[in-house]
Write a protein that binds this ligand. Sequence first.
Ligand code: FES
Length: 64
Amino acid sequence: MYVCLCRAVTDRQIRESVENGASSFREVRAELDVGTCCGRCVPEARELIDQTLFELAARISVAA
Ligand code: FES
């Protein structure tokens, strides 16, 4: 599903960016250009990044 229509960035790309080490909206934006045009996708992108970070943290704490 597209999160950012202006830059054609999908939820999968955002999740992959976080899983590959991005830990903030700024880092994901630098990698994918998400949110760099009209900006309407920024709240949804931020929420997706937070959710993915939360899921990663849960996986790490379960594995520890
Ligand atoms: Fe992402 Fe416009 S929808 S910048």
